[in-house]
Ligand binder design. Structure first.
Ligand SMILES: [Zn+2]
Length: 68
């Protein structure tokens, strides 16, 4: 099952970052996906397929209001 993700989305990965944070923001989408740790600001570049595999959940856009 392919997960849909877009630039600017907040995502949760299966494995947390070294700093303990598990939420990342997608800052670049191309052949590789660049994500930024929302806690420490560290940016990591991952192969798109690998990213899709490690992705746990897409939370959606940061500024988007939660629809109830
Ligand atoms: Zn971090």
């Amino acid at each position: 099952m392919e997960k849909i993700f877009n630039l600017g989305d907040l995502v949760v990965m299966k494995k947390p970052h070294a700093c303990g944070e598990n939420m990342w923001k997608i800052v670049r989408v191309g052949v590789d996906v660049k994500i930024k740790c929302v806690n420490c600001g560290r940016e990591v570049m991952i192969d798109r397929l690998e990213f899709a595999r490690k992705l746990k959940k897409v939370l959606g856009e940061e500024n988007e209001e939660k629809k109830s």
